[in-house]
Design a protein around this ligand. Structure first.
Ligand code: NDP
Length: 331
């Protein structure tokens, strides 16, 4: 598979370029809105072509798939152009700024017959898959609640558009709550239907929220408690799933790396849960390639991206209005 990269981003630089290559694919071109950034990243990673012209990249018949990791407000237009050019699309979360845009992207891909996937990496991790397997096995009984701890400290090199640019999709809710929404859906196998929330700026956000806490209700009645922040240096991340017959404690697992510990507690006692320590992003790319080959769905589909965005948008609206919000998964 030959790929074109849209966006000279940190995530491409630090994780996705190596993951795409380790999957056996080639990266043939990269574009950025700025020539110098495109050139710098292309040279550092040995990518043969670079530039600022999306049309030129999409006109290259050698490129079968694109990976979009620009800032959030650009995803929609870039994905629509890529789909129109017949490219398969792996798009970063949040898929778009609005649900209408996200739905349009996914529907266009379906109509064009190309694969469209969302880069929700956490559901690709061995730890999250091990937790999901325990939940599915019934070992903890009926799930009563899920707690998601995702308050981190945004490193200085990422304290740009995320903390001060709402037009580019800044704020912790589109950045991290959207991941947590996908984690909840992945672990519980259901989409939250309503949310209550609060958000605030606790030292980093300028015109956008840098912290949020929310409670989500699911169709089964399981409750989800979710905490995201950019300003917590020592909080640590994790999740807990509590059921009628047991609890799962996963510490340090809301991360880009295959790290953290999982413990299962039941009436029989405590046991450590082993999991596969594979690369999360390589797993996502590998499953994307399998989807292109017609073997399976991608790890996170376009519909998964729509649903996680729908939850995140409901959280922001609930926090903005102080009112409980229904989660709308259609535009
Ligand atoms: P970056 O800020 O590193 O890059 C985002 C975009 O900003 C780039 O594509 C580039 O756009 C532009 N940009 C980069 N550096 C500069 C600069 N110095 N000055 C001005 N513009 C610059 O963001 P991330 O890599 O952290 O995020 C990119 C996307 O990926 C977002 O949608 C984010 O939500 C998502 N993401 C997903 C993760 C995951 O694990 N799934 C993890 C991190 C991010 P261009 O080259 O087009 O000008």
């Amino acid at each position: 598979m030959r790929w074109g990269l849209i966006g000279a981003s940190t995530i491409a630089d630090q994780h996705m370029i190596s993951a795409i290559r380790e999957s056996g694919s080639d990266i043939v071109a990269l574009i950025s809105s700025t020539q110098s950034r495109a050139q710098d990243m292309a040279h550092r990673h040995g990518i043969p072509k670079h530039g600022t012209d999306l049309s030129a990249l999409l006109a290259d018949p050698a490129i079968a798939a694109v990976y979009i990791s620009s800032t959030n407000e650009k995803h929609h237009a870039q994905a629509m152009a890529a789909i129109a050019a017949g490219k398969h699309v792996l798009c970063e979360k949040p898929l778009a700024m609005t649900l209408t845009e996200a739905v349009e992207m996914v529907q266009a891909a379906e109509k064009a017959g190309v694969v469209f996937a969302t880069n929700h990496h956490l559901r690709c991790s061995g730890s999250h898959r091990a937790v999901r397997d325990i939940v599915r096995s019934g070992r903890i009984g009926r799930v009563l609640s899920l707690r998601l701890f995702h308050a981190v400290h945004l490193p200085p090199h990422l304290q740009g558009w995320r903390i001060d640019n709402s037009a580019a999709g800044g704020g912790v809710i589109p950045d991290i709550t959207v991941h947590d929404a996908d984690v909840a859906r992945f672990l519980l196998g259901e989409t939250p239907v309503s949310v209550v929330a609060q958000m605030g700026a606790s030292g980093m956000g300028q015109g956008v929220e840098d912290s949020a806490m929310s409670v989500w209700t699911t169709p089964s009645g399981a409750m989800v408690q979710s905490h995201e922040s950019f300003t917590h240096p020592f909080a640590g991340s994790g999740l807990e799933v509590h059921g009628t017959e047991g609890s799962i404690f996963a510490r340090g697992v809301m991360t880009q790396l295959p790290v953290g510990e999982i413990e299962l507690v039941t009436a029989k006692g405590r046991e450590a849960v082993p999991y596969s320590p594979h690369n999360l992003y390589l797993q996502g790319v590998t499953e994307f390639l399998a989807a292109v080959a017609g073997q399976a769905a991608p790890a996170a589909t376009g519909e998964d991206g729509i649903a996680s965005l729908a939850v995140a948008l409901a959280v922001r609206e609930a926090a903005r209005t102080g009112q409980s919000q229904r989660v709308k998964v259609s535009a």
